[in-house]
Design a protein around this ligand. Structure first.
Ligand code: AMP
Length: 262
């Protein structure tokens, strides 16, 4: 199984990733952890990333894409993996699609941890205050100012991935504000649902914006071929692609998501 955990900083991606590692024997790839290790080791990437991370901005796409590409090629990745903190931009998601395709792999699901930002800020600020009071070491980016910048980076650069993966039929959203065990149960249910959905044949015509099936495969309505999405993602069965399947001339046609520029 290969999945992405998507959500703002402090939403609990790391905690849930650990649960999934224990539950399904997957490997967790956290780009934040990889970058922090690079900073600690003083590598070229670490030196490039250090200041950027400390101010809560995003490290350039090509840097993170290269470390993920390298990690995905390692033998333990064959067990399946959870991407935690990657992708964080649409170009990173597109690069991930290409790299998965090169490795002959596909994603199974993208789990979005939905959170209330104001409640999240209160939660993180009180955690930071408690850690400080106990004299515990904080990460350089664990302070309220940087947190606000990291949240802004999420809203501007990462949140568009929600629409990106929804279009690809990969997105499953869970309530990230629920207690940890409840979030874990919701994620397990979402993964079970994703596995079932991927096995279902498409129920209605492929949306116009969906990728063409591989040459030699049926593409008409009712075809049992399980179409793959853009590189590395599996397309949602067309019957579930509500927004995309609307007729062009319908009254709500203006509300249709814009086609992604290539
Ligand atoms: P995290 O531990 O996932 O919150 O990441 C900590 C910091 O590492 C982020 O605030 C970014 O500066 C950097 N970072 C981690 N993952 C990425 C990524 N996929 N793209 C760009 N920067 C990243």
């Amino acid at each position: 199984m290969r999945l992405i955990l998507l959500g703002p900083p402090g939403a609990g991606k790391g905690t849930q990733a650990q649960h999934l590692v224990a539950r399904y024997g997957l490997v967790q790839f956290s780009t934040g952890d990889m970058l922090r290790a690079a900073v600690k080791a003083g590598t070229v990437i670490g030196r490039q990333a250090q200041d950027i991370m400390a101010r809560g901005a995003l490290v350039p796409d090509d840097v993170v894409v290269s470390i993920v590409e390298q990690r995905i090629g390692e033998p333990d990745a064959r067990k399946g993996f959870i991407l935690d903190g990657f992708p964080r931009t649409v170009p990173q998601a597109e690069a991930l699609d290409r790299m998965l395709r090169r490795h002959g792999l596909a994603l199974d699901a993208v789990i979005e941890l939905k959170v209330d930002e104001a409640a999240l800020i209160r939660r993180i600020e009180s955690r930071i205050a408690e850690m400080t009071a106990r004299g515990e070491a904080l990460r350089p980016d664990d302070n309220p100012d940087v947190l606000h910048r990291r949240l802004a980076a999420y809203r501007e650069q990462t949140a568009p991935l929600i629409a990106y993966y929804r279009r690809h039929g990969m997105l499953r959203s869970v309530d990230g504000m629920a207690p940890i065990p409840k979030v874990a149960r919701q994620i397990e249910a979402a993964l079970a649902d994703a596995a079932t959905t991927l096995k279902e044949p498409p129920a209605s015509p492929r949306p116009a914006s969906a990728p063409k099936p591989p040459i030699g495969k049926k593409s008409k309505a009712g075809s049992k071929s399980r179409s793959k999405g853009r590189a590395g993602t599996r397309a949602r069965p067309a019957g579930k692609a509500k927004a995309q399947a609307k007729p062009k001339s319908g009254p709500k046609s203006k509300a249709r998501p814009r086609k992604r520029r290539r």
